[in-house]
Design a protein around this ligand. Structure first.
Ligand code: PLP
Length: 428
């Protein structure tokens, strides 16, 4: 595989960018080798600067659910560009997108748009603390909610309860009120509630984890989590940044038939533009400024171009209704990985949730962070490069979900399956 131009850019980028990237996973540290520099993308394909073509199964880590260059979305963005970039004042499109969100999520009466998933979640923390008058928050080991201080807590193995900073520069004071429970394990939640009665403001959860690879919780766990939080006056913050509009238009809450207290959104809602959102019932959202005492603001929040992109993306998604297609294609990909693993003697498990899917190179069923970590990451690294050689762009980490685009053709699907088979054969 020719990567000369990517290599040159990687070297050049080192001088004035940190590690030549603006988000760490793009540096390919966990798979080694030279990161790809992308020139353009169209439909289901993405092209690097050396002219290599790949089927894009990264989808920019989730936003590009329609594939690249959807004509209706492009037209909407171009029209918004012509009207002006940003006004520091409200526009009708913000109202339109808020109506679409509120119509989709029964948990949301009012929504606030921000610029990223990280911002959505950190605003939700402040709001939950203000609403409940409590300080402690709970997250689950292996879940990622963006890079804000208080949720950037090391997801250590075993029964880690009190958080430790997961990054230098995060003071212990910022995480002293963060508690860590075990995913898919309601007893670990009960223990924390017993240990800190009346102190927990909110429990934050990825309703399907995508950031330890895909881990789908049991229905019973989600139902019990909802009942337990309600019974103890704890807000349930469902972080649908990744799962929103993904397996069902109504997100994971629709799938699990639960209603969150606060819902966080990102990725698909901006269709590739920087948009995040948090929303809740009136009683909670009315605490946010200018209606209430919880301050949260943004120069570019509700940016007109981003709103236009989000509206067009959601409209197209609703029209296309790709959810059955996702299910069928992801099931075929899952079967292909399992069959190839058996045929070539490679231990591999697959988790999936609609268009979110990924293999784990392990013998164990992956049900939480601990079992996800039994994966052979060296094997994954080889698999990643074999997939690239075979024309597939998958996330360069064992612990990231793949995202199928809604527009995969039959030919794409055949190519994906052939690439998987060849790649698993090559790492046996
Ligand atoms: N929450 C979840 C579940 C995510 O997957 C992510 C990002 O991957 C975030 C929050 C943070 O979003 P962003 O990267 O837009 O800040």
């Amino acid at each position: 595989m020719q990567l000369d131009k990517s290599k040159q850019l990687f070297e050049r980028g080192q001088k004035h960018l940190v590690g030549a990237v603006n988000s760490p996973v793009r540096a390919f540290n966990s798979v080694g080798g030279n990161p790809l520099f992308i020139k353009n993308a169209e439909g289901t394909k993405i092209y690097d600067v050396d002219g290599n073509e790949y089927i894009d199964l990264v989808g920019s880590y989730g936003p590009m659910i329609l594939g690249h260059g959807n004509p209706a979305v492009k037209d909407a963005v171009k029209a918004a560009v012509d009207r002006g970039f940003t006004f520091g004042a409200s526009t009708e499109d913000e109202i339109v997108l808020s109506e679409m969100v509120a119509d989709t999520f029964p948990s949301i009466d009012k929504v606030r748009f921000v610029n990223s998933g990280t911002e959505a979640v950190l605003s939700a923390i402040r709001l939950a603390r203000a609403f409940t008058g409590r300080n402690k928050i709970v997250k689950f080991a292996g879940c990622y909610h963006g890079h804000s201080d208080s949720l950037l807590v090391a997801a250590g193995s075993g029964l880690v309860t009190l958080g430790l900073p997961g990054s230098q520069g995060v003071p212990e004071a910022a995480v002293k009120d963060t508690l860590v429970a075990l995913y898919n394990d309601i007893e670990s939640v009960k223990q924390l509630i017993n240990q800190f009665p009346d102190e927990i403001a909110a429990i934050f959860i990825e309703p399907v984890a995508g950031n330890m690879g895909v881990v789908v919780p049991e229905q019973k766990f989600m139902t019990e989590l909802r009942e337990l939080t309600k019974a103890h006056g704890i807000l349930l913050v469902v972080d649908e940044v990744m799962t929103g509009f993904r397996k069902k238009f109504g997100g994971a809450q629709d799938h699990f038939n639960i209603v969150a207290d606060i819902t966080c959104l990102g990725k698909v809602i901006g269709g590739g533009m920087p948009v995040g959102a948090y929303g809740a019932r009136n009683e909670i959202m009315n605490m946010v400024a200018p209606l209430g005492p919880v301050y949260q603001a943004g120069t570019l929040s509700g940016n007109p171009i981003a709103m236009a992109c989000g509206i067009a993306t959601l409209k197209e998604l609703k029209k296309l209704n790709p959810y059955e297609k996702f299910e069928k294609e992801a099931a075929e990909i899952e079967a292909c990985i399992i069959d190839a693993g058996k045929e070539f003697g490679v231990d591999v498990k697959v988790n999936r949730f609609g268009a979110m899917i990924n293999p784990f190179f392990t013998k164990e069923e992956v049900v939480d962070f601990k079992t996800a970590q039994t994966s052979d990451t060296k094997k994954f690294a080889k698999f990643f490069w074999a997939m690239a050689e075979n024309g597939m762009y998958i996330p360069p980490s064992q612990f990231e979900s793949w995202f199928l685009p809604a527009t995969l053709s039959d030919t794409d699907l055949i190519k994906i399956k052939e690439a998987i088979r060849a790649s698993i054969q090559s790492i046996k």
